[in-house]
Design a protein around this ligand. Structure first.
Ligand SMILES: NC(=O)c1ccc[n+]([C@@H]2O[C@H](COP(=O)([O-])OP(=O)(O)OC[C@H]3O[C@@H](n4cnc5c(N)ncnc54)[C@H](OP(=O)(O)O)[C@@H]3O)[C@@H](O)[C@H]2O)c1
Length: 225
């Protein structure tokens, strides 16, 4: 079988680095995307992948860069939208600027990447898209996190749901909550290692052809939106 190529955002640390490592260990060609060239390069060396500089702060820039990604690196079969930010504050404390910035990184840039690689996946009749979301983006669980973060992850979940429908049965698009994971974002009291947090994202990134699409998962089990 031909070697598949995976693009992982925020691949330089935390869960993203563990996802990139796990995919490379399975024999995939991994594009390690990170905010700066130096961080992407460091991750590429660690993982045995290829560095891609990709700052997700400005979705229009992401759109422009993403349009040339397949020309430079060939077809992208798997996209893992992992990068994320989590500013603190409730709906009464957060600012408009914070909400905009958080939506841009966590949701709109993820959409820009889906928009860039999804149609070709659909045409090739094979693709896997994993949106790393959070239980805090779940209406069913009460959108319990900091305001901008929860709103952005609920938005990302909506992007998963609608993109899965548009991309059809051969492109599996799913959201995942990695659980509470020991990273800079999760803090050192968190209950799960980065490898444990990366398990369900890796599973979704490598789903068989009869695997699910348009779902939300934690520990390989479907959870409520
Ligand atoms: N840890 C948890 O308990 C937990 C729970 C639920 C969901 N999640 C989700 O899991 C994903 C990974 O989180 P993590 O815990 O591994 O967090 P982390 O250690 O803080 O890593 C976040 C990653 O996102 C990247 N990033 C942030 N802003 C970026 C930007 N503008 N452009 C490009 N990259 C950017 C960071 O790059 P820099 O190094 O350049 O900042 C870093 O690689 C996130 O989507 C998060 O919301 C985590």
């Amino acid at each position: 079988m031909k070697q598949r190529t995976a693009l992982v955002t925020g691949a330089n640390r935390g869960i993203g680095l563990a996802i990139a490592t796990g995919l490379a260990e399975q024999g995939l060609r991994v594009l390690t995307a990170a905010r700066t060239r130096a961080r992407a390069q460091e991750a590429a060396e660690q993982v045995g992948g290829i560095a891609v500089e990709l700052d997700l702060s400005v979705p229009r820039h992401v759109e422009a860069i993403a349009a040339g990604l397949e020309d430079e690196h060939g077809p992208i079969d798997i996209l893992v939208n992992n990068a994320g930010v989590m500013p603190p504050g409730s709906a009464l404390e957060a600012t408009v600027e914070q909400l905009e910035d958080t939506l841009n990184v966590n949701a709109v840039s993820a959409f820009a990447l889906i928009r860039a690689v999804g149609p070709a996946m659909k045409e090739r009749k094979w693709g896997r898209i994993v949106n790393v979301s959070s239980g805090w983006g779940s209406f069913a669980s009460g959108l319990g996190g900091p305001f901008a973060y929860s709103v952005s992850k609920a938005t990302l979940n909506a992007i998963t749901h609608t993109s899965a429908r548009a991309l059809g049965p051969h492109v599996k698009v799913n959201s995942v909550c990695p659980g509470w994971v020991r990273t800079r974002m999760g803090g050192m009291d968190a209950t799960r290692s980065v490898e444990e947090g990366a398990d369900t994202p890796i599973w979704l990134a490598t789903l068989p052809d009869d695997g699910p699409t348009g779902g939300f998962f934690r520990r390989r089990q479907r959870i409520d939106w």
